[in-house]
Design a protein around this ligand. Structure first.
Ligand SMILES: C[S@@+](CC[C@H](N)C(=O)[O-])C[C@H]1O[C@@H](n2cnc3c(N)ncnc32)[C@H](O)[C@@H]1O
Length: 269
């Protein structure tokens, strides 16, 4: 299996398929479940924002949303186990993209959470975004790579709607370059942020960029298992990388899992 420059296996090929079967089929084998662990934290923060800002229907921007996974969990109350069954269960190969979408739209129709939160997805994968939109998981999509360029005017006005920006499994692919473009989109209103970030990716540069924009960042207590290492090579490269960034993996990553931390950033000035 190929690895990328960070030592993680390259999963780019499963992010750009027309439907989520390869994504869930691959990640099931690695016990990827960080969106499930993130769900109560995101829900809690959305509720806090609603209360603090008296915004009945906050807009959440999910950075690196892929097939709309956090939206399916937070807004439509799916679980990762549901999604693994849905897209990589025994009958998954009998479906077409169209029949998968029909079944997803039934889920969306069956859950009455429409009035509580809006989800925008930002991703570099047009295929994943188009699936998430057609399924109804997302209310809007921004197809952009803000690591490598500014948003268009239309994208900037979509990003400007953001009340809270969240992410799972994406920081590392995206950096302070993307985060600063999101913060700048509105001009005045600055979104709250909640990012689950692997310990191998220091958050310092993002926190510093946010501090310069008047934010305070707090790391929540706790460590969150993201997924298992795919191969002994990945384990060894990631342990090296942790050592390089001064993180002691004893009793944690040495046990075979990636661990993430949760950073919450809010404007303080
Ligand atoms: C590991 S997946 C995480 C998906 C989802 N958040 C989850 O936890 O299941 C990473 C996602 O980041 C997206 N991505 C990678 N680089 C990106 C970039 N520069 N800008 C936006 N999205 C990016 C990929 O297309 C992919 O959908």
């Amino acid at each position: 299996m190929r690895v990328d420059t960070t030592g993680k296996i390259s999963l780019g090929h499963i992010y750009t398929r027309p439907d989520p079967r390869a994504y869930f089929g691959t990640l099931r084998g690695l016990d990827y479940h960080i969106p499930e662990l993130a769900k109560p934290h995101f829900r809690g923060l959305i509720a806090e924002y609603r209360e603090a800002h008296r915004v009945p229907v906050p807009t959440v921007l999910d950075i690196g949303c892929s097939y709309g996974i956090n939206a399916a969990l937070v807004k439509y109350d799916a679980t990762m186990d549901d999604l693994y069954d849905r897209y990589s269960g025994r009958d998954a190969h009998r479906h077409t993209r169209g029949t998968l979408l029909t079944r997803d739209r039934e889920l969306v129709r069956s859950v009455d959470r429409e009035d509580q939160v809006r989800f925008l997805g930002l991703d570099a994968s047009a295929e994943a975004l188009s699936y998430a939109l057609e399924a109804g998981f997302l209310d809007g999509a921004v197809h952009a790579d803000l690591e490598n360029g500014d948003p268009t005017d239309r994208q900037r006005s979509q990003l400007a709607e953001t009340d809270l920006a969240i992410s799972t499994g994406c920081l590392g692919y995206v950096t302070e370059r993307t985060i600063s473009r999101i913060v700048a989109a509105h001009g005045e209103r600055r979104p709250w942020m909640a990012h689950f970030v692997l310990r191998m990716f220091p958050f310092d540069a993002v926190a510093e960029t946010l501090a310069a924009a008047g934010y305070e960042t707090v790391r929540r207590d706790g460590l969150f298992r993201q997924r298992r290492f795919a191969t002994p090579e990945e384990r060894s490269l990631v342990l090296d990388r942790l050592a390089d960034v001064g993180v002691d993996p004893s009793g944690l990553e040495t046990g075979g899992w990636f661990y993430a931390q949760l950073y919450i950033s809010r404007p303080s000035t």
